[in-house]
Design a protein around this ligand. Sequence first.
Ligand code: ZN
Length: 334
Amino acid sequence: MKKDNSDLSTSLEKLYSEQVEEGFISPTIVKQVRSLQVIPNTQNTHFFHLQFNPARAKRGIAEKQNPNPIHTIPYKDGVPCFLCQDNIQYQWPNEKWVSKNLNNRLFHFYPNPSPIFPHHFTVASHEHRGQSIDFSTNLHLLDILPNYWIIQNGEGAGATNPWHFHFQIFTTLKQLPLSVTPSLYSHSISLGDTTCILERLDLPLPVFKFQFKPSSPHKRYQGYSYIQEFLQSTLQHFYNIHPDNRINIITINRSLGTVDIYIALRNKGVRTDMYVSGQPGYAEIAGIVSTIRESDTKRWLQKGYGLYQQLLSDISIPESQYAPFEQSLLSLVE
Ligand SMILES: [Zn+2]
């Protein structure tokens, strides 16, 4: 185990290269992650990336099963929790990690053996506790890893293992559709003592973008906690749902310290026949569809952007339902 307290980014890069050299992450997968096909809509105004990545089929499958796990996943026939370190050590003996304290909690950065993105890591708490949307840790990660995108899926929004608290982080090769999608509107909103720009993205799924311009860290963190409280109160008030469950959060550090926070509101756990198992998560919202079978790739190529639009609207909270949430946000316009 490696302990890093200085330059986390350098340690992660080094670990990743070692794990590729050692064959834990196959060089073929690294190539697949870098080969993306752009699928535009007919007007060429929107697009998504298609990735053929059969290695994804192996995710969650252990090399050997731990016979005496401390924690298991009850709804998955009691398989050992695949983000608990004792199980990882047993099940993936070649997996290595970097550890760091974030917000007084110990986390381990594990290279993802079936990545979707370059330098794709799962950042899991040492402690086995349920998934919980945590802006503070998410944004702390962004501050110390400004070249990474930081992601969190809620329990009902594509988290593969919602029984163990975790984030995903990765670097990007090129601009992902999410970061260049046009906005339907843009307003300056007031968040207590601070302000940010609110935008609603032109996607068939309500994605709200909060952009913080460079300011003192104290002010930014005040703004972040305002958003977290706002989500908690409005989502519970209007829909009786907890943000831990039905949202995806994607945060990006733009150049010169401008921070973008994307929040996607999701419908009740949706499974779709477009996927062999599980449900879509942040990757699809960020604009990458990763297929594990050639027949699925063919289908996506045939149907093109229309199928992606369908997927996003399938996983979206219905328009009639998110209007009150949006109105509450717009009441903050200065
Ligand atoms: Zn666990």
